[in-house]
Design a protein around this ligand. Structure first.
Ligand code: ZN
Ligand code: ZN
Length: 383
């Protein structure tokens, strides 16, 4: 989809550019503070799980040192670069770049598995044997997807399908054990309409799988008009990790302790549940609880909520709107439901509205869809 994106951005009007410039100039609020997600210990870490550096052949103006700087300046907690692998025949150069280091951010080792049948990001805690994965890229048999996943998992890696239905859609199939899916690529509504990926996500969960939804900016450039509308962290993926380590970040990503927001400075969403009514809200998004048929109290919290902001909250149950509520600068929404006994149910939240960093002009609201953020689901009766 990268080529499509560049063409689309080139079509931005001058008026839109001016709006962007004015919106960007007064919009660097602090990232949300760090309250706990529930009784469990942990820390919120922000990151961008889809970035290209000048080690990708289509991102020459995204030098590694500058990417690291931008990410550190934006307060990112973890950092990865997912360069294309196809133009170097699978022999990555990204990790050997002396600029690929940070004293502030947790580093993940990543790559964009760039094949004729779709793209996936692969993440590890340390350098891995990518040529072994690359050797599988041209397989077209029905077992190809499973073979790729098996090789990734044999190396202890996280396999995450990118832009699954847009641009270069994933054609290895979805009945393979990938670990997460990019449900929000670049600006929410432009140049990719991410609603198709969200629908697919709900369908796969409806089929009984717990799949983490994550974001990724797919940022390729630090110059030109695209870099004004889309840069490191648009969108940002937040993980609630047990510790600030690469292994804990990937564990949280796999477990779905994840929310996605428009930018690192945008509001961060937390969905928790209290199934035993002790007021503890011990279940966090990504968790699965028994389908006991008893009432459950849910709480959505909006970290970094602004007093004058309007948030249009949609709670989705089993992929369908369950509750819609307009919040005026409030930081929390409590609701209750009784997930059916012995059946699978899942609840997740989407929030629309304005957000500090997002461009205010109507045309650009169209680009990001007024989409502030989304949570991963809390599951009942899964596994
Ligand atoms: Zn891609
Ligand atoms: Zn990409």
């Amino acid at each position: 989809m990268e080529a499509d994106m560049r063409r689309s951005f080139a079509a931005l009007t001058a008026a839109a550019l001016l709006s962007l410039l004015s919106a960007c100039s007064d919009s660097r609020d602090e990232a949300p503070a760090d309250p706990p997600a529930g009784p469990r210990p942990g820390t919120w870490l922000s990151g961008d799980l889809h970035l290209h550096s000048d080690h990708s052949d289509d991102a020459a103006d995204n030098p590694m040192a500058e990417l690291v700087n931008v990410a550190e300046e934006r307060g990112m907690g973890f950092f990865t670069v997912t360069d294309h692998d196809n133009h170097v025949e699978g022999r990555l150069t990204t990790w050997d770049d002396p600029a690929f280091r940070s004293g502030k951010m947790v580093l993940l080792y990543g790559v964009e598995y760039t094949t004729a049948r779709g793209h996936a990001n692969i993440f590890g805690t340390k350098p891995f044997d990518h040529p072994r994965l690359y050797a599988l890229r041209d397989r077209s048999d029905v077992g190809a997807g499973r073979a790729i996943a098996a090789e990734a998992h044999a190396q202890g890696l996280h396999l995450s399908v990118n832009h699954p239905v847009n641009g270069d859609p994933w054609e290895f199939g979805f009945d393979m054990p990938f670990d997460s899916m990019e449900v929000w690529n670049a600006l929410y509504a432009f140049p990719t309409d991410n609603s198709g990926a969200i629908r697919l996500w709900d369908e796969l969960i409806g089929g009984g799988r717990r799949i983490t939804g994550r974001g990724g900016s797919d940022c390729h450039h630090q110059t030109g008009i695209e870099s004004l509308g889309l840069n490191v962290g648009n969108p940002t993926t937040w993980v609630y990790a047990e510790a600030p380590t690469a292994a804990a970040v990937l564990a949280a990503l796999k477990a779905g302790h994840v929310a996605v927001g428009y930018a690192p400075t945008a509001e961060r969403l937390r969905l928790t549940a209290d199934a035993d009514h002790d007021g503890g809200y011990e279940a966090l998004m990504g968790d699965s609880l028994p389908a006991a048929g008893r009432p459950v109290a849910f709480r959505l919290e909006i970290d970094g909520a602004r007093p004058l902001a309007v948030y249009n909250v949609t709670v989705l149950k089993n992929g369908q709107p369950f509750l819609e509520r307009r919040l005026f600068g409030e930081q929390a929404l409590d609701f209750e439901d009784r997930p059916a006994a012995g059946q699978r149910s899942w609840y997740r939240v989407e929030v629309r509205g304005s957000t500090p960093e997002a461009p205010a002009a109507a045309v650009l609201v169209g680009f990001y869809g007024g989409f502030v953020g989304l949570t991963n689901p809390i599951y009942f009766g899964f596994e």
